[in-house]
Design a protein around this ligand. Sequence first.
Ligand code: RTP
Ligand code: MG
Length: 155
Amino acid sequence: LVASLEQVDESYIMVKPDGVQRGFVGEIISRFERKGFKLKGLKLFQCSKELAEEHYKELKAKPFFPKLVDYITSGPVVCMAWEGVGVVASARKLIGSTDPLQAEPGTIRGDLAVQTGRNIIHGSDSPENGKREIGCGSTMALACQLYVIHVLNRD
Ligand code: RTP
Ligand code: MG
């Protein structure tokens, strides 16, 4: 009964350009696989300015927004759809705090980064945003065909 009440979530995980450039794609995938989550879609992708602005539109008013868009478009990103019970909240724990210097050792940002503006990885911040970022409403997921791959991988 408890198991049937458990919600299977989806998280949009994106290795940012510094994570790709520094060679952490395999390490990041391994951490999610070892935890026990299921990879449903994956694509190496050059994100356009327009898509980066759309993806982070909730942060449009922040002073760091132009820098953030430059950062995300500075090289290819690896877009992924991960599925599992509690994957959104768990992924945020695996990733660690936004500021890598505040992130606990053992987390991805805590182990591998030092700057907020170069923090290696994105993870959806709620199950609703996970669905929004991976689903057919997501321009990013459509543009990089992650949505198609994700849906084809449904079992
Ligand atoms: P993300 O969305 O990328 O997973 O990161 P997050 O939830 O931990 O943090 P969020 O507040 O959503 O911010 C998105 C990204 O913007 C950059 N940022 N720079 N003060 C700053 O310079 C600053 N604050 C945020 C980071 O790359 C952050 O991950
Ligand atoms: Mg965020």
